[in-house]
Design a protein around this ligand. Structure first.
Ligand code: PHE
Length: 356
């Protein structure tokens, strides 16, 4: 009797070719009954095994089973490959559709970011001073003791250092490197540079971030912004200082806001003054914000102390000058009537959105 399994290798080869040449899951499914199902040649062969001796039947059955498993495994693997490819293609089409949706949404009003109120305030302050003939300069936020204090006529251990609660950096000798407590050190950088390059006079404003060990409250932040002004020229007087402050106040806050100077003390200016503006909340009537005085303190100013000129190598008999400095955050607070300055750092989008 001829071996019924003689054609088995050919059947397997044909089945494997059919499987591998199927190009879609649907086509493969069409072949399924003839490959692994009831109508497959393997099922027919199975039937012929009954004519074999029990021993032979067992061995032949095992071979047939093995061949069947091989075809079934190839079928499953191919089905997986084809359906994965089809899924990927579907995702690709869906993604394009989604892409179209996104593209169509871009034409809707999306809210783009914009500079915050402090940056905007700094820009408009710079604009006002540039309009008055000042140039704009910047200095480093990390300073040495010399620039932040000593050159500004504040010697080591001078009690005036208590005016600025300082963050010192753990660099070099203790208490020699610090986060600047005001923008006044930039005055020193500018004057040193002007002396070195022979470019006096100076008419400059210097905005920037400053740091003090203050507990934040409604009117103070530990990291805040100042803008410094410096004029060094021949024949500059206190009247020039008062005129610049008044012109700035009117230009920035409006014609109904005035400025006034009150005697004060700063080690680097002599005489020194605090400058105040009409309270922008009550317009001078008196309210809680201005402690019922009608005035709000904005910053400090004065005539450059001769000791400062000597520290940078400018002859105080030849040159005179004035300086002023005030808080940019405080300005924003006054101009926009922001009750609590901490709102500037809260990052609440409902607050930020109001200023653009
Ligand atoms: N640097 C001073 C401060 O922050 C302000 C100031 C600047 C005073 C310039 C006088 C002249 O307190």
């Amino acid at each position: 009797m001829s071996n019924p399994l003689e054609q088995l290798p050919d059947l397997v080869a044909t089945a494997l070719t059919t499987i591998s040449s199927s190009v879609s899951a649907e086509e493969l499914r069409g072949h399924e009954p003839f490959l692994v199902g009831k109508r497959s040649p393997f099922t027919n062969l199975q039937k012929t095994l009954g004519s074999l001796e029990p021993e032979e039947r067992k061995a032949a059955g095992a071979r047939l089973q093995e061949a069947r498993r091989e075809v079934e495994a190839a079928f499953e693997a191919r089905a997986d490959v084809l359906s994965a490819a089809e899924r990927a293609e579907l995702y690709e089409t869906d993604r394009l559709v989604l892409g179209d949706v996104v593209a169509s949404k871009i034409s809707l009003p999306l809210s783009a970011g914009h500079p915050g109120v402090v940056a905007l305030t700094q820009q408009s302050l710079e604009d006002v001073f540039v309009g008055m003939g000042f140039s704009v300069a910047e200095g480093p936020e990390i300073e040495t003791d010399w620039y932040n204090f000593e050159a500004l006529n504040i010697p080591p251990a001078h009690p005036a250092r208590g005016m600025w609660d300082t963050f010192y950096l753990d660099l070099g000798e203790p208490e020699t490197v610090l986060l600047r407590t005001h923008t006044s050190p930039t005055q020193i950088h500018l004057m040193e540079a002007a002396v070195t390059t022979g470019t006096l006079p100076i008419h400059a404003v210097m905005p920037g971030r400053c740091f003090r060990r203050d507990t934040p409250d409604a009117r103070h932040l530990a990291a805040f912004h100042q803008i410094e002004g410096l004029v060094v020229d021949k024949g500059i007087t206190f009247a020039d200082l008062a005129g610049v402050i008044e012109t700035f106040t009117k230009a920035y806050f409006g014609p109904d806001i005035a400025s006034r100077l009150r005697p004060a003390y700063f080690p680097f200016t002599e005489p020194s003054a605090e400058f105040e503006i009409t309270c922008t909340i009550c317009r001078g009537e008196g309210c809680r914000t201005c402690s019922h005085t009608g005035w709000i303190e904005l910053g400090g100013c004065g005539m450059v102390d001769p000791a400062v000129f000597r520290a940078v190598g400018i002859d105080p008999d030849e040159y005179s000058g004035f300086a002023f400095g005030f808080g940019i955050d405080r300005c924003a607070q006054m101009r926009h009537q922001i009750a609590d300055m901490r709102a500037l750092t809260d990052n609440d989008v409902r607050f930020l959105r109001q200023f653009s």
